[in-house]
Each structure stands twice: as structure tokens, then as C-alpha cells.
Design a protein around this ligand. Structure first.
Ligand code: NAP
Ligand code: ZN
Ligand code: ZN
Length: 347
């Protein structure tokens, strides 16, 4: 066992504190990663605060991880010591169900092993990336292209893939009118990626306070959802809506913005149910869908796509002792647009 420095939540209601956690001894297929940067995803906050159900504490979260390989198990072939690598929201899956065999490990029928707060194959609870080192089986470790600045790369491992996957699956591209709801960590990546795919991109944010940023990120249009005229003016006008909002929103109001055969994909994950009136779906033969992260293969594809298109997240680099303040800022929609923790400050 390797004892490493980390930050952990002692309970659902207390601030995160500095601590140590154990990493397993390297198995033949494992790689040891010295973490360089760790992103803060809103899912970290939902999880530690119990929004999605009770957890076992102390709990170390974090599933946007980049670092350097410092040791490899005897049978590892995919990575070498010194490689720049990334780890996202899952660290294993059953490898034998229909979905795993189809290369869609995120939809493993036995449940993928989450990077944190998940029961690992050895029965322990996985601990995430707010720490100095992590041990991960080699085929759940991604290659981070050299051209992506390392201190900005971490958010691609969740915010990047979670938006790339539905944009790619629902064919965002030239001639497609895509709306992104919520300009936070996921939303700002959705704007950049949809723009790079060639779609016409509209941001639907609560207010116009981030309009200049949104247009710089690649949006063609920007509207405030607090303004009721927005829902009148944009009725029946989008082919695809990506909802990244972490709270309950009025689904019918947003669905009514879809054009014929349009789809609204929910990636935002509030703990409460989202009510919906089916008649809204009858109009324009609309679809309402969900999407969870992305596969390992698709995550590598997304990293390579971002490298090719010069895309990197907008980040604010913080030290570990700022995590609790950063959480409050995320909860107040005061994030521009992803907090990234310098992992050297966990020590
Ligand atoms: P974030 O940075 O906090 O962004 C969420 C954005 O939603 C905010 O910036 C804000 O945008 C908007 N928003 C927040 N509260 C709102 C409210 N009450 N009404 C309307 N809009 C509101 O969070 P994130 O890290 O991007 O994550 C977003 C959600 O996606 C979370 O629920 C997270 O758990 C979930 N998630 C899901 C997956 C998946 O696989 N499906 C993966 C990762 C994350 P404006 O200020 O622009 O309005
Ligand atoms: Zn996440
Ligand atoms: Zn499986």
C-alpha cells in the first residue's frame, strides 16, 4: 500500500480537509500516476454533499485528473514511465457485459467503477483525484496530447467528454442549430466543442453577465433565460439542446425551443426529478434524452479532437486550501469556467 496526501470530506456537511489515503500496490496491469492537476466538477460537490444519496466518509473526490506515469506493472503495454496521462470519471468496468463488449464502458450493465465513491473490484471504496497519486488499470488511462497545456487539460476528462459525447452522437456540425443551457464547466466546453464541430451555437444562460465570454468561446448567439422574451423568440428553433444545468429547470419551456425532430439531451444531474409534460414532446416530434460521460475510446478521440482544434478549457488554477471556497463559487455560478487544483499543494 502507498499512503498519499489528499483532501477529503469528513461528512456531507463539513468542509474538505487535508488527510492521507491509501493507494493499492501496483498490480500487473496497473500504472502509478503522480497527479499534476485535478479539476473540480460540480459532480464532486453533489457527491460529497449527499445530493445523489448517502456516501461513506471520509471521501476524496475528483475525476478530472492529469499527471505523469511514474511506475508501471509488469504486464503494462499501453503506457510508459514519463507519459502525460489522464484519468476521468471511471477506472474500471466488468469488461464482459453487452455494453462493455460494445466499447461503451460508461454504460456497463454491472455499473462502471467510478473514480470515487464507487465499490472497487476489490471491495474498497474508490478515492478520487484530490490527491498526489493514483493507481489505475492501464486501459482506463488516457494519453494527453503534448499540445494541450497540462495545467488546462484536466477538465477535458469529465467536462470535455461529457459534452463531446452527446454532441458527437447527435451529429452537431454544419447546418445544426445547437443550444447550450448553462455556461459553467460543462457548458463552456460544449460551446467550444460544438463550435469546432461547425454547428451554429447559442448559449442560454440565466443572465447576460457572461455574454462577452460566451461569444469569445465560440457562441454565435447568447440569450438570458431570466428574460421571458427569450422563450417566445426562440420557440421551435434548435435541432439539439444540451442542458448542463446542475439544478431543476422548467423542461417544458426548454423543450418548446426544439424544432422538428429536435432532441434535448440532459447532462446536468440534479438530485431531484425533473417534471415534464408529454404534450411538449408531441409537438415537433421532439425527443428528450440523457447522456453519461463517454467511453474510453471516445475520451481519447475527444482529447485528440481538442488537440487538433486547439481547444482547452478556461481554468482558474487554485491551491488545495482554496477548495472549499471554490465549491461555494461553483454553487453560486461564479466559476470562469473550471477550477483546477495544483496537485503539488496536496502535499
Ligand atoms: P457548473 O460549472 O456549476 O455549471 C452549471 C451551470 O448551470 C452554472 O454555471 C449556471 O450557468 C447554470 N445553473 C446553475 N444553477 C442554475 C439554476 N438554478 N437555474 C438555471 N441555471 C443554473 O457545473 P458543471 O460542473 O458544469 O456540471 C453541471 C451538471 O452536470 C452537474 O449537475 C453535474 O453533476 C453534471 N454532470 C453530469 C455528467 C454526466 O455524465 N451526465 C458529467 C459531469 C457533470 P449560467 O450561470 O450560465 O446560467
Ligand atoms: Zn464530472
Ligand atoms: Zn460491463
Amino acid at each position: 500500500m502507498l499512503t498519499v496526501n489528499a483532501y477529503a470530506a469528513p461528512s456531507a456537511t463539513e468542509p474538505l480537509v487535508k488527510t492521507t489515503i491509501e493507494r493499492r500496490d501496483l498490480g500487473p496491469n496497473d500504472v502509478l500516476i503522480e497527479i499534476a492537476y485535478s479539476g473540480i466538477c460540480h459532480s464532486d460537490i453533489h457527491t460529497v454533499r449527499g445530493d445523489w444519496g448517502p456516501q461513506q466518509y471520509p471521501l476524496t473526490v475528483g475525476h478530472e485528473i492529469v499527471g505523469t506515469v511514474t511506475e508501471v506493472g509488469s504486464d503494462v503495454t499501453l503506457h510508459q514511465v514519463g507519459d502525460r496521462v489522464g484519468v476521468g470519471c471511471m477506472v474500471n468496468s466488468c469488461r464482459e457485459c453487452e455494453n462493455c463488449l460494445a466499447g461503451q464502458q460508461q454504460y456497463c450493465l454491472k455499473g462502471n467503477t467510478g473514480t470515487y465513491a464507487s465499490v472497487d473490484r476489490d471491495g474498497t471504496i474508490t478515492q478520487g483525484g484530490y490527491s498526489t497519486h493514483v493507481v489505475v488499470v492501464e486501459d482506463f488511462v488516457l494519453r494527453v496530447p503534448e499540445s494541450i497545456p497540462f495545467e488546462k487539460a484536466a477538465p477535458l476528462l469529465c467536462a470535455g467528454i461529457t459534452t463531446y459525447s452527446p454532441l458527437s452522437h447527435w451529429n452537431a456540425g454544419p447546418g445544426k442549430r445547437v443550444a447550450v443551457v448553462g455556461l459553467g464547466g460543462l457548458g463552456h466546453m460544449a460551446v467550444k466543442i460544438a463550435h469546432a464541430m461547425g454547428a451554429e451555437v447559442t448559449v442560454l444562460s440565466q443572465t447576460l453577465s457572461k455574454k462577452d465570454d460566451g461569444l469569445k468561446l465560440g457562441a454565435d448567439h447568447y440569450y438570458a433565460t431570466k428574460d421571458e422574451a427569450t422563450f417566445r423568440d426562440l420557440k421551435n428553433s434548435f435541432d439539439l439542446i444540451i442542458n448542463t444545468v446542475s439544478a431543476v429547470i422548467d423542461l417544458d419551456a426548454y423543450l418548446s425551443l426544439l424544432a422538428l425532430d429536435g432532441t434535448m439531451v440532459n447532462v446536468g444531474a440534479p438530485g431531484q426529478a425533473l417534471p415534464l409534460h408529454v404534450f411538449t414532446l408531441f409537438g415537433n416530434r421532439r425527443s428528450f434524452a440523457g447522456s453519461g460521460i463517454g467511453s474510453i475510446g471516445e475520451t481519447q478521440e475527444m482529447l485528440d479532437f481538442c488537440a487538433e482544434h486547439g481547444i482547452a478549457p478556461e481554468t482558474e488554477l487554485i491551491s488545495a486550501d482554496y477548495i472549499n471556497e471554490a465549491y461555494e463559487r461553483v454553487l453560486n455560478s461564479d466559476v470562469r469556467y473550471r477550477f483546477v487544483i495544483d496537485a503539488s499543494t496536496f502535499a
